[in-house]
Design a protein around this ligand. Structure first.
Ligand code: NAP
Ligand code: G4F
Length: 325
């Protein structure tokens, strides 16, 4: 039975990846950081099938102990401080976890068993103020947030360990991907959750920042397949994963409100509090390399994604108004 360690298993992607790997017959080990409350909401349905163990991206020895104890074939590093606005208010924590944390895991693998395959969750935020449209693996980077800068460090240290130590270290440059399990602070889930609340008479408005920002939004369930495919590829490389389409926050609102027969213009209020010090205006992927070399294809359309998220929030609010998932 192959063994996989997932850092960040309690997050959106971690839960989908754990499901995928269990379905493929892996023993799944999830690394979680110690906290006073348990954040297993996304994993409740598979909790008995996985092993949960404590560790923290800030702590080198916990990484080494993890690799020594579980002897994984594959390590997926999904853990990070992943919310862009927080990276301006907590830039050093973001650099430590999202950036240096990658080196800590790579070092643990190098020291214990350099044959272990490694996946790094890199981000389209690294393209930032884009210098090319669409963005592919050769597009130069121009990060626009401390988060983007930290991810860029994580990306390059992954490439560097691959080249320096001949390690099987892959960097997946993933464009935005969403789902009903997305954190409530990210714009897509903030919209779909509030649409559901408005429809049910629980609130009356939706306060947002920049409505013109454009993102290449896909479904997280489709994207975790690409992560696994990268580690089965004959060579460790970097791959761009996205839909190849872009839509604005405004369009997302239009479709989400439209899904419950409402007009977003009657409810959306622009609020300066949600604008960023530096914005990423336009992201759109060119996933041709992943399509041809990995055989990965995006499956879920933009409309299907938005409607899935609105439907899930309506369903959840009708049965469990206090829960987040
Ligand atoms: P997410 O929902 O925010 O999950 C982040 C995970 O990291 C959580 O499990 C969190 O644990 C864990 N974590 C944070 N700090 C940690 C620390 N110091 N030590 C150990 N664990 C820590 O993020 P996601 O959307 O699933 O994204 C997964 C990864 O892909 C992240 O690295 C993200 O930056 C990257 N990424 C995401 C996207 C996207 O659109 N979703 C696109 C490109 C790249 P708690 O539950 O305890 O908070
Ligand atoms: O949903 P967002 O917060 O995601 P963002 O900043 O694109 O980052 C996400 O995707 C990255 C991949 O490119 C990941 F690496 C990262 O971890 C994260 O998952 O914001 C999307 C856009 C931004 O342009 C923002 O300015 O939506 C705009 N926006 C407008 N109003 C808002 C809001 N974003 C948030 N979070 N909240 C608003 O009220």
């Amino acid at each position: 039975m192959p063994v996989a360690i997932i850092t960040g298993i309690t997050g959106q992607d971690g839960s989908y990846l754990a499901e995928l790997l269990l379905g493929k017959g892996y023993q799944v080990i999830g690394m979680v950081r110690r906290s006073s409350t348990v954040t297993m909401e996304r994993l409740q349905h598979i909790q008995d099938d996985i092993i949960i163990t404590q560790g923290d991206l800030h702590d080198q020895s916990s990484m080494v102990a993890l690799i020594e104890e579980y002897k994984p074939d594959e390590v997926y590093n999904l853990a990070a401080q992943s919310f862009v606005p927080t990276s301006w208010s907590q830039p050093l924590l973001t650099a430590e976890a999202t950036g240096l944390g990658v080196t800590r895991i790579l070092e643990a693998i190098r020291l214990v068993n350099s044959q272990i395959k490694f996946y790094q969750a890199s981000s389209s935020e690294m393209f930032g103020k884009v210098v090319e449209v669409p963005q592919n693996e050769d597009t130069p980077f121009y990060p626009r947030s401390p988060y983007g800068v930290a991810k860029l460090y994580g990306h390059w240290i992954t490439v560097n360990y691959r080249e320096s130590f001949d390690m099987f270290a892959c960097s997946g440059i993933l464009f935005n991907h969403e789902s009903p399990r997305r954190g409530l602070e990210f714009v897509t889930r903030k919209i779909t959750n509030t649409v559901a609340k408005i429809k049910m008479g629980l609130t009356r408005e939706l306060r947002l920042g920049n409505l013109e920002a454009q993102r290449d939004w896909g479904f997280a369930g489709d994207y975790v397949q690409a992560m696994w495919m990268m580690l089965q590829h004959p060579r460790a490389e970097s791959f761009v994963i996205g839909t190849g389409e872009t839509h604005s926050v405004r369009e997302f609102c239009e479709v989400a409100f439209g899904a419950v027969d409402l007009n977003y213009q009657d409810y959306v209020v622009q609020d300066p509090r949600f604008y960023r010090p530096a914005e990423v205006d336009l992201l759109i992927s060119d996933p041709a390399k992943a399509n041809t070399e990995l055989g990965w294809k995006n499956k879920t359309t933009f409309r299907e994604l938005v409607e899935m998220m609105v439907a899930a929030d309506l369903q959840r609010l009708s049965t469990n108004p206090q829960g987040t998932r």
